[in-house]
Unconditional design. Sequence first.
Length: 210
Amino acid sequence: MNDQAHNNLPEIDFKELGQVAYASTLQAMRDFTLQRHAGAQDQVWLLEHPPVFTLGLAGKPEHLIGQTDIPVVNIDRGGQITYHGPGQLVAYLLLDLNRRPYKVRQLVERMENAIIALLADYGIKGERLAGAPGVYVDGAKIAALGLRVQKGCTYHGLAINVDMDLAPWQAINPCGYPGMAVTQLRDFVPGVKIADVIPKLREHLRTALT
């Protein structure tokens, strides 16, 4: 892509929403996507959720393996079961791929690249695993990805474990993989907080998505 095409890409509006309920945020993403017009500005929402398990379109209930009071929500992204909770940084990507020089597969790669670059800022080597979307450190999952595309427009996105209670992960097979280890940024960077990570993720996503 030449510099002129790069410079003509539409700007992305990054919004920091704090901690917000899952169900209302999901509905807001759907509404935005269904109602957006061709000139609507792309957005990335940066936020946290209260504790919730989400089960994707291909999700199997048997991957919830432990008793818990945490609600389970069936949703319309790809993938299996995952967990969201305080201390996990979520980025929802509301992009119109019809006007961007990449499609879904390349978008997933760019999202992973942004997470790997963020980890590198902290001296951590993030890696991909074949057949298991997301980013891993020493084989343990530190970030999950899942998207939904309607008429070329995306919603859902990525989640990075930063400074959270990892106990709820023991109640599921993360992303459908029995025994998969889960980790978080705090295990490598003691004292790190969501507020420290937000500006880094924002800039790495801005770079990766243009």
